[in-house]
Design a protein around this ligand. Sequence first.
Ligand code: NGQ
Ligand code: ZN
Length: 466
Amino acid sequence: MTQPSRLDALFCERALLAEGWRSGVLLRFDGRGHVASVETGLPAAPAGVERAAGPVIPGLANLHSHAFQRAMAGLTEKAGPSEDSFWTWREVMYGFVRRIDPESLQAIAALAYGEMLEQGYTSVAEFHYLHHAPDGRPYADPAEMSKRILAAADDAGIGLTHLPVLYAQGGFGGQPPGAGQARFLNDPEGILRIMESCRAVPGDHRIGLALHSLRAVTPEAMDESLAGLAALDGTAPIHIHVAEQTAEVEGCVAWSGRRPVEWLLERGVLTPNWCLVHATHVTASEVAGMAASGAIAGLCPTTEADLGDGLFPARDFLTQGGRFGVGSDSQVIISAAEELRLLEFGQRLSERRRNWLAPGPGASTGASLYRAAAEGGARALGLSAPAPGIAAGQRADLVVLDGDAPRLYGREDDELLDSYVFATSGRAVRDVMVAARVVVRDGRHLKAAAIREGWKRAVTRLRASA
Ligand code: NGQ
Ligand code: ZN
């Protein structure tokens, strides 16, 4: 599919740079769509340069996505025969997984990625474990489903960090996988082969590795896949679901005598290349260990709320210099602003305080969270020059807010970000650029019509196969 052409420069009346808000900003882009230079204090746009239609902020990286789950959003909210929990939700999800063919996956992912762009995310880490046919047999090309994800990201024009997932057992201590997990299974060699196939696909994709969870990998398979990854690319991101539910913590203790994050810390594997997704149930010493390791906390507040996970001790982690980003995970909501709002709101509800995650007196909560998530998310995706604002060396992934929207009008700088995060439900994104290509104009993805047609066909097929 042909891509829109790249801008070679953008003039921003006001923009959030790594060093803070600046006026009269001229961003120049190189041929790969990266920011080549940043000038400030210009009185007006130079001739021939596009002028941003509102305040410009860095797009956020969505650090945790299961694109296929977009097709389930809103369909798991009916009470089951027994008490509902994360684990009953998982059974419903497994039932749904059986019905997704490669074409549907691509259509669903394109829709999800288009929505992400409209809601302020400019790149996504796809934590991808739907590898095989419904009976568990690999497709003729074992990387078929991964390639569908790559194609969907290209269609939508979102930046992709693709993370093929190692899933090797049904539960702690070598439990056999259930039928619902048949599509997920691979050994380390199989996963590395999928990663290599993806690396050979042309396009602006980064490839990393995900370990589904300590429940789903053996220590041997983990070590083997990490060694293989190091040989392929020593800087690639490594993501893992960890300590999301108390039952997982208990299972890990029963198996190893250690809690999940404690187990990883003792193993000495965590580095800043790691992203610990959820990390909900962690002790004070695990929080300290995570922060010191430089690993990113991958927080997904809307999904964690939807699934009844619990609350990550975000304030302790942030005050120890911990880095985090946010993800839309199960896609029940897709909105960068909503994730940040619920991150703070969850803490307010439990602590009965306000501005709980602001870094200090006078600091804006929404703006501080936004900056931190911009930097942490970019790190978790392995993007270049991560920073708490726009900077040279980054891919030109930019969001132009609608400064005329009644909820933003008259607000300046951090007030604007606070208003965007807390008071707009995310509906204040005007234009979006990825690698200097415009993909959203006036709040609407440029290919929304075609993508929605594909989505409707996929929904029709899915409902027919139910
Ligand atoms: C997933 N999702 O892999 O999609 C998981 C559920 C599991 C979240 N944890 C399955 N939110 O953890 O076993
Ligand atoms: Zn997940």
